[in-house]
Design a protein around this ligand. Sequence first.
Ligand SMILES: Cc1cc2nc3c(=O)[nH]c(=O)nc-3n(C[C@H](O)[C@H](O)[C@H](O)COP(=O)(O)O)c2cc1C
Length: 352
Amino acid sequence: MGLLYEKILRPAFFRMEPETAHDRGKTALMALSAVPPLCSLMARYNRESARPFELFGLEFPNRVGLAAGMDKDGEFPRAAAALGFGHVEVGTVTATAQPGNPRPRLFRFPEEGALINRMGFNNKGVDAMATRLAKHFPRGKRLIPVGVNIGKSKATALDKAVQDYITCFRRLAGQADYFTINVSSPNTQGLRELQTKAYLAELLSSLRSENVKLAKKLGHREHPMLLKIAPDLTFAEIDLVLELLLENKFSGIVATNTTTERPEGFPRDEKGGLSGLPLHRRSRGIINYIHKATEGKLPIIGVGGIDSPESAGASIDAGASLVQIYTSWVYRGPFHAAKLARSLKAREEVWI
Ligand SMILES: Cc1cc2nc3c(=O)[nH]c(=O)nc-3n(C[C@H](O)[C@H](O)[C@H](O)COP(=O)(O)O)c2cc1C
């Protein structure tokens, strides 16, 4: 199947401008999502060849998830389940709809197995996402957990950002199996400053108290809440983030987002975040650092340049409980997640 994609479908897709290809792919995934019995059948088939994993009180059919940014509006989580993903992180979604940056804003680097993007949180807003998920993939009746990745609107000043995140949290709490707080995209001006103590302390404590308040009011458990960080932080900056996460009883961390760094000899630059193979070493190093610094007490979702059974295994060995992919799905095709999930199962069976 992978070969079929690489020989026939990928060349056809790659003749198109990258975002046009993305939109066509999305249309196909939405079409698959519109046939629930077929998706359930495919998801059940994939479930049998993978190993389930429990985390945050949720059951994941396998350890491989779709990273944020691919399904920005929660339009095809059912298709992702059918294609073998064990979870999907939808978003980044913002309080109000916004168009994102002008095109072109997505660039391929096939030789390097990389992408650069400066999308800028193009999305249809929280109301649209909440309505769509409730109608088409409601919480409690899902094939796989859905995490919702939330961010700040471009128009919102940094010192008003907390309110944006709270609006997103409240509006989507009924539909999110877990939340990821995104303070690490390089394409919304100033967003990464939210990773500094001055902003992060208030953001995390406000979200935590909102989470506790809502759980009490509705009589259910708190939502698992994670923070997604940039790979460009220093270890000292990561220490500070970890301290605040533990202090505010966050459930985990997503490491990492795209990088603004470029490896030496990278062929051509474009402004934005680099993802894919060149990111893997750095992101795995950060996973390893977090795992050691927290003595394994803070669950990690590892993301960044995972493209093979070996790199998925390496991120898990470094300390990740779950992994996510984006760029390798573009390069390796729709069945790549199922392949990785199967390989991780086989690897765990060797351990046992
Ligand atoms: C086109 C594109 C859009 C992305 N959009 C988002 C986003 O909206 N929110 C987010 O948290 N991460 C976003 N990401 C980052 C991915 O979720 C992931 O962290 C990163 O690409 C590294 O993983 P990868 O090397 O497997 O692609 C985006 C990545 C790409 C390539």
